[in-house]
Design a protein around this ligand. Structure first.
Ligand code: ZN
Length: 347
């Protein structure tokens, strides 16, 4: 049995052998994992032992942002072959479900998702995955970028839900990794300019280095004031809420222009108040995002085209043998760290 990164219980990680699914179905592929990104959710399971209703009750392999190489294909797989470099969607819906038939497989009640208890993740040398949720990487997209497709897909889903029109001005509240991904997707989706607001200057410096993105440090200027100044008092066409912070959510109607759009991306830990009359008074459209559906191909195309460069967001790469240290570093939440990645030893 190969060694995996196992979350034994809240606060305890180990690198050890654990029994995982190994049987290859006719529509599956076997993949040697190469790169895995450490996500806030992985870290939260480590530090808190649960997210909402999902509780770590038994040892679980972490990781869901992965790329790798196909090593075996099932008999019915035609679009992938051994040796293909790929990345994977971590959520597997029931393809016969009503949600899947509607194309909204991300909200299929039966979906299973890597490293969401009790489902094991991909910080392990090898996984078996449905070929339908496995995507070939173009030659000019690295394994590191391939492992960034998963978090970028959330930004893509947000940009699609916003129904951006060319020349829109957007505001992203919260410069965490998902806020950054959303800002880049909004820019690639046609926004003329994207403002990003946060309290942490190091984070703003990282995302503000991209042309087309301007930053607002809300320690100095409230977001509403800064966006009013930038738009002659009109407001942003689209506001992407990526902080999950209660005050930011309550203040959303002040940020959008009349008839504008608010996309709720960040997930508050507890229920928070929402200013309904504020939304009504501007007839704002509110959209929500839960993971993503049908965006991987688009995300990979944008990365391959060079229109979206995620490489500057990879702050640190560590070998698999040092994964526990990588998680401890991620749990520190350094403001200069965006994405920490773990690399499997190459064959
Ligand atoms: Zn993630």
């Amino acid at each position: 049995m190969p060694t995996s990164l196992v979350l034994e219980r809240q606060g305890e990680l180990s690198l050890r052998e654990i029994e995982l699914r190994g049987d290859l179905g006719p529509s599956d592929v076997r993949i040697a994992i190469r790169t895995v990104g450490v996500c806030g959710s992985d870290v939260h399971y480590y530090t808190h032992g649960k997210i909402g209703p999902f509780v770590v009750n038994e040892p679980m392999v972490l990781g869901h942002e992965a790329s790798g190489v196909v090593t075996e294909v099932g008999g019915q797989v035609s679009h992938l072959k051994v040796g293909d470099r790929v990345c994977m969607e971590p959520g597997i819906p029931d393809s016969a479900s009503r949600a899947a038939k509607l194309g909204i497989y991300n909200v299929d009640p039966a979906v299973t998702f890597w490293a969401t208890p009790p489902v094991h993740g991909c910080l392990t040398p090898e996984v078996v995955h449905p070929a339908a949720y496995t995507y070939r990487l173009p030659d000019n997209v690295s394994f590191a970028e391939g492992a960034m497709v998963e978090p970028f897909a959330i930004g893509m889903q947000a940009a699609l839900r916003a129904r951006i029109q060319p020349g829109d001005i957007a505001l992203v509240t919260g410069a965490g990794p998902i806020g950054m991904m959303t800002a880049l997707a909004a820019l690639a989706g046609g926004c003329a300019k994207v403002y990003v607001s946060d309290l942490a200057q190091p984070k703003l410096d990282i995302i503000g280095a991209y042309p087309g993105i301007e930053t607002i440090n809300i320690r100095n200027t409230p977001a509403a004031e800064a966006i009013a100044q930038a738009t002659d008092g009109w407001g942003a066409d689209v506001v992407f809420e990526c902080s999950g912070a209660a005050p930011a959510i309550l203040g959303l109607p002040q940020l959008a222009r009349p008839g504008g759009t608010i996309v709720l991306v960040g997930m508050p830990v507890d229920p928070v108040p929402f200013d309904i009359v504020g939304l009504q008074a501007k007839e704002l459209r509110v959209e929500t995002v839960f993971r993503y559906a049908n965006v991987y191909d688009r995300a990979i195309s944008l990365i391959a085209s060079g229109k979206v460069d995620l490489k500057p967001l990879i702050s640190l790469t560590v070998p698999f043998a040092d994964s526990i240290a990588a998680f401890d570093r991620a749990a520190e939440g350094r403001e200069t760290d965006v994405k920490i990645q773990i690399e499997m030893p190459a064959e």
